[in-house]
Design a protein around this ligand. Structure first.
Ligand code: PA5
Length: 467
């Protein structure tokens, strides 16, 4: 029986949320949240959960049901078995929501730096995610790889994103040059079931395809084939990942605000924003969790940063998400967070049990200044540093909260990703904005199409060139 089927194990893997340093009692009345404010938000959470419940389903908020897609999981795992041992490298071509989640999964769940191990040591393909069109990155990456041993996974929901499709054309030519018609067996397309250029090309050329369900937008797609296919190919336990997400789904349906981690943090972030604390820092004290904070930066920014409210009012609203890494950024950012403008809240992410302890040897005679370190471990050090920073911030009247992972594994990662998606969906209801559109991004995309001469964008090109 897999461990995630054991209820006791699941509960032992629950990510705890300590928000005590967000409260007025801890950081002062003008800086922190009061019990009265929380009481008012409880009603709004309940109303928000009703809205999400009504919209949940394949026709609208399909991302909410991604933890339960058994058929897709079987299909993905069957493909992973089929190509096991065939490829040494997997190259993902995608951007935004079609890349950040994959990177987050890889960083969180593979041994850090294992791409530098030999194939015998790692016993899985390496994974590269090219999420930029910088030629000085793309071209050398392709030159380093062997087309005969590389699988290219092209991921784009719209099937037409300029960066991804440019990369696709380059990668396809690179594969064809060496492999001829067999190039098609080295290409996988993950895209919309019906629309877009990539779907058409994949059908014509016979690529293996996986579908991004219609109601799943880019930044909510990590638990769809977008994240699952690359994750399964590099040996991540995708069933455990989804079991963690399903566990979070349960926790996030609770109506009591303080017992609903997504609702509670959405409320705290919203209230902080109204008080003028408009910058929200996510600071994991874990190298493994760094790229989850990067993934979240997109989720929070694109979902909440909006000009218009759902009531049709111009609001130009949205908290600014910032990524920082503990303990590294204590030597870069904390000075600002502690003494700079009081416009931030810090969301720490802690790990209780690291996979390694990292024992620190005793110092030698004559090294008294560093002797206190001997006998401790790096795991202790990084956690003590986080606690000390939280205490110091609180004393300085700077609100902060902590998500505590019992350990980093596929279950806790799936749990956290889903919880953050729910937090974002609920926060969007509090801010009264549409969490699923991105008109600001579309404007930039369309301008790029116009400047590159895409048919249908001629008028826009003239307009841009005349300004
Ligand atoms: O969240 C979103 O919808 C966007 O960030 C997209 O993921 C991003 O623009 C890439 O789009 P696509 O997947 O269509 O290539």
């Amino acid at each position: 029986m897999p461990r995630y089927e054991d209820a006791e194990w699941r509960d032992s893997m629950r990510i705890r949320f300590d928000y005590s340093n967000m409260l007025a009692d801890a950081v002062g009345k003008n800086r922190g949240t009061t019990e009265d404010e929380l009481d008012q938000m409880e009603f709004r959470l309940s109303a928000g959960l009703d809205v999400l419940r009504r919209r949940r389903g394949p026709k609208d908020l399909a991302w909410m049901d991604l933890p339960y897609q058994q058929e897709t999981v079987e299909e993905v795992l069957a493909y992973a078995r089929e190509v096991e041992g065939v490829f040494d490298d997997v190259l993902v071509l995608g951007i935004g929501g079609s890349a950040l989640g994959v990177t987050a999964l890889k960083t969180a769940l593979l041994p850090l730096g294992s791409d530098y191990w030999s194939l015998e040591q790692r016993r899985r393909p390496r994974l590269f995610v090219l999420d930029n069109v910088d030629p000085d990155w793309v071209m050398p990456t392709l030159r380093m790889l062997d087309p005969e041993r590389t699988l290219c996974i092209v991921i784009t929901k719209s099937g037409s994103t300029v960066e991804t499709m440019a990369q696709f054309l380059i990668a396809r030519a690179w594969l064809r040059e060496k492999l001829g018609d067999a190039a098609a067996c080295h290409l996988v397309a993950i895209t919309d079931p019906a629309k877009g250029a990539l779907r058409e090309i994949a059908a014509r050329e016979g690529y293996r395809t996986f579908t991004i369900p219609p109601g799943v937008g880019g930044r909510y797609s990590v638990l769809s084939p977008v994240g699952l296919v690359p994750a399964a190919l590099i040996g991540i336990d995708i069933r455990e990942l989804l079991a963690g997400a399903a566990y979070a789904d349960q926790l996030c349906q609770v109506r009591a605000l303080k017992r609903n981690p997504a609702g509670m943090n959405a409320a705290l972030q919203h209230l902080a924003y109204l008080r003028g604390q408009r910058i929200s820092v996510m600071m994991p004290y874990s190298q493994h969790l760094r790229d989850i904070a990067d993934w979240f930066r997109q989720l929070w920014a694109e979902s909440l940063g909006k000009q218009m409210s759902t009531l049709g009012k111009r609001v130009n609203v949205g908290p600014t998400p910032v990524l920082a890494l503990g303990a590294t950024d204590q030597h870069s950012q904390i000075q600002l967070y502690m003494e700079g403008p009081a416009d931030k809240i810090v969301n720490f992410v802690a790990v209780e049990r690291f996979a390694e302890e990292g024992p620190i040897p005793a110092a030698e005679p004559g090294e008294e200044e560093i002797a206190y370190l001997g006998g401790h471990t790096l795991a202790e050090l990084i956690n003590v540093e986080r606690e000390a920073t939280a205490v110091a911030l609180t004393k300085a009247g700077r609100p902060n909260c902590t998500h505590i992972f019992p350990e980093v594994n596929a279950f806790t990662v799936g749990q956290f990703l889903y919880m953050l998606e729910m937090q974002t969906a609920i926060a969007a209801l509090f801010f009264a904005v549409d969490a699923y559109d991105q008109p600001g991004v579309e404007a930039g995309k369309n301008a790029a199409y116009a400047l590159l001469g895409r048919p249908g964008y001629e008028a826009q090109a003239v307009e841009i060139r005349s300004t």
